[in-house]
Structures are given as structure tokens and as C-alpha cells.
Design a protein around this ligand. Sequence first.
Ligand SMILES: Cc1cc2nc3c(=O)[nH]c(=O)nc-3n(C[C@H](O)[C@H](O)[C@H](O)COP(=O)(O)OP(=O)(O)OC[C@H]3O[C@@H](n4cnc5c(N)ncnc54)[C@H](O)[C@@H]3O)c2cc1C
Length: 466
Amino acid sequence: MAEAGNVFDVVILGGGSGGYACAFRAADLGLNVALIEKAEVGGTCLHRGCIPTKALLHAAEVADLSRESASFGVNTILNGIDMPGVNKYKDGVVAGLYKGLQGIVKARKITFVAGEGVLSAPNQVTVNGEVYTGRNVVLATGSAPKSLPGLQIDGQRIISSDHALKLDRVPASVVVLGGGVIGCEFASVYKSFGAEVTIVEFLPHLVPLEDENSSKLLERAFRRRGIKFEIDNGFTGVDYTDTGVRVHTAKGKDFDAELLLVAVGRGPVSAGLGFEQAGVQTDRGYVKVNEYCQTSVQNVYAVGDLIPTLQLAHVGFAEGILVAEHIAGLNPRPVDYDGVPRVTYSNPEVASCGLTEARAAEKFGAEHVKTLSYNLAGNGKSKILKTQGEVKLVQIQGVAGEDDRVVGIHMVGDRVGELVAEAQLIYNWDATPLDVAQFIHAHPTQGEALGEAHLALAGKPLHVHD
Ligand SMILES: Cc1cc2nc3c(=O)[nH]c(=O)nc-3n(C[C@H](O)[C@H](O)[C@H](O)COP(=O)(O)OP(=O)(O)OC[C@H]3O[C@@H](n4cnc5c(N)ncnc54)[C@H](O)[C@@H]3O)c2cc1C
């Protein structure tokens, strides 16, 4: 029987990005909230995802800069990568943010329940025999690394991103299985740290969800960096060798390496948690929801990697906030998933918001789609940084009932991840090229490349060659 003290307005199962964002917003709105977490608040993003990988990528950038410093007239010698030192730096960043997050949980007077929860009834979560009743329940149990049939991740020579973040050495060589965001980020780190890297990707391009032009630019840059990749070729098996692993592929090519990093995606954490028994419908493990993240059961919501939307921390934040506001009766707007900014933080970075050219053509008809690519070679700050890449705009023209707005922004180059903030304003505020052309961009910044691209698309090119 539920005790009176264990009844809450909102009971949240899982304290990752989606769960804690929901808890914070709900608490702000005056609701009393229980947040149930079996490990650490912050979830994958803080402890095994966004933050530690970006710390590794920053250390990788420092290594690259040291290696290339003479080209800037600064003489340094890269003496090697002290992996315990890198890990100390990375873990320090995570620990600081973790402490901050725990402080916020306390400050917002959220009841934090440590332990593994199961949905024991549509409005109840049981943790260590204790029942927590929610007028609303939010499922936010996240995701875990996936593998392929017959491919056993042993944590030693065949590893997932979770293991990769704990490596105490730089491997001599790595095969990265999967050329999506996580695979490309780790490939980039390992190459900067001095490993031989080969990516094996089943689809015809790296970062296959991005605009094809971005994929091609990243592939060109990786080729220049000596990162090998085998695209359009599937994994068929792996054997252990004396020194590591031998990876076999459908096209008959084998790749030897010290380690195989499996980065073929992540699957929802929903098995054995009582969801189906409580009437919550799932599809291949993902909880099915409507645009307000409501499940098939009244007053039960689901957010984050557990539902089949983009697996990104900021999507989890947005969905968590949406749910809290919906529960509080605020009538929030559903998330426009096309308007979510996406960044791959490799060297170079890939960033985008809105539709790819292919999707825009599908949606509006190819005859209504115009594109413009602005080469970073014409951008002073990019030249100073010695980075190459492009800003590509996708605009629609002459669509009935629509302004001739920019529906896609795709960027490749060092630091373009920071430009995605402006890109998402352009997309989400339905801006036309002329709207953006009015804005002055500081010189010399990489942001100017966005401004110049819009000037050119508006018929007022500045630093552009014919
Ligand atoms: C290597 C890597 C790099 C990434 N980089 C980025 C990035 O740069 N930017 C970005 O936006 N996204 C990134 N992501 C994705 C991001 O981490 C996820 O989208 C995000 O963490 C999803 O949040 P979530 O709340 O849905 O799930 P999670 O963060 O997975 O949180 C779920 C929580 O639920 C808890 N839990 C599960 N089951 C139970 C249970 N039964 N009882 C109690 N608690 C339970 C878990 O312990 C966990 O803390 C990355 C992911 C990885 C793996």
C-alpha cells in the first residue's frame, strides 16, 4: 500500500537529461517531485556522453595544436599523451558539474530516491520495495550502447563508448564500427592522440544523417588527417588475434587493430521495467508517445532517449520541460524536431539545423529548393585558425503560403558548433536571407560566414568570388 508521504504530483523514473530537466521545471512550477535514479543524477550525458567526450576532444585539440604549433611560428614539442592526466582533467570537469547538479536537486526541494525503480502500476513506481505514487509519472530511463548480432562487447578488446571513456592508455590502432556522431568523435580523438584509426560504416557516408555535402567535407578532412574509413561496407565478424582483433567486412576486406570500438547506436532502456504490463505501449523497446510526450496510459509520459526522437541531451531537456509544463497546465508548444541544433564535435566540426537539401526537396519539391555554399576560405577568422569548410544554406522559393525562408543550415569547420546557436534562430524564426542580411556580424569572426552566406543568397554578396 502506498503511504501518504510517498504521493507526489510527479514521479520521474530516471535522472538523466530528460528526467532531471522535467524535475527542475516541475519543481519551479510548484509541483512536488520525486526523482528516482539508480546511478547518478546527470545520466549518460554528464557521466558517459556529452561532457566527458567533449573534454577528450578538447584535449585532442590541444594535442593537435601542439603538434602543428610551428606552422603558427610557435615552437613546442608534443612529448606524448598522458592518458591518466587526460582522464583526471575529464573527470574533474564531470565531477564539478555533478556537484552543481546535485546542489540544484536539493535547492529545488526535489525528493531524490536512490535505487532502481520499476513501474509497478500505471501511477506507481516501486524502488527497493517502497512504492512512490504519482498523479503523473514520467519515464526517462534513457538508452544504452547497442551491438550487432553475434558481436559480443567484452570491455577489453571489443569496447563500447562507456569503456572507451575509461581507457588508461592510447591504443596503437582502433577500428571504429559505425561512422555516426559518436564513432566520428572517437575516431577524431584517437587520431589526434596518435592512434591509427579506421572507421567501418555500413551506409554510403560518414555522419549519414547530415546533408550529403557535410558528409563529403568531413570525409575529405578526415582523409587529409589520415583517418581511414571504409564506407558502404558492412561488418560481418571479428576474430581475436595475438595483438588485438581482426574485423571482417561484407566486401571481403579485413582490418586489424588493437581495439574494436563498437559505435553502432544506442537502444532504449525499457526491458523488464514493467512498462508493457502497466499498459504503456512500446515499439522495439521505444515508448510510443504523442507530440506532448504522453504515452498510451493517461498521466504517464516518456521523454529522452527512451522515445524514438533524436537522441540528444538538449532534446531530452526540451521534452522534460515540455512535459512539466503540460502537467502544470501551461499549454506548451510541442518540440519541432527539425529545428533542433545538431553538432558532431570532431575535428573539423559538423553542425546543422533544419532540413537537408534532400529532405527539403522531398518536402517542398526540388524545383522550389535553392542552395548556396559559402567557402570558409573567404572567412578571415577561419583562415587565421587554418580551418577549411563551408556554410551551406538551403532555401525554399515560390512555395504557396510560405515565405522564401531558409529551411536548412549546414556547416563544417573548426568551431562551427558554436555557430549553430545563430543557425537555429534563423531556422526557428523562419528567417529569409534578406532578414539575416540586415544583421551585422562582427569582423573577424566565423559568424561572419553565416552573414556572408545570407548576403550572397539575398543577392548582395560581399567577399565572394564568382
Ligand atoms: C559517447 C556519447 C556522446 C554523446 N554526446 C552528446 C553530445 O555531445 N550532445 C548531446 O546532446 N548528446 C550527446 N549524447 C547523447 C546524450 O547523452 C543522451 O541523448 C542523453 O543523455 C539522453 O538523456 P536521457 O535522460 O533520455 O537518458 P540518460 O542520460 O541515459 O539517463 C537515464 C537515467 O535513467 C537511469 N535509469 C535507467 N533505468 C532506471 C531504473 N529502472 N531506475 C532508476 N533509474 C534508472 C540511468 O541510470 C540514467 O541515469 C552522447 C551520448 C553518448 C553515449
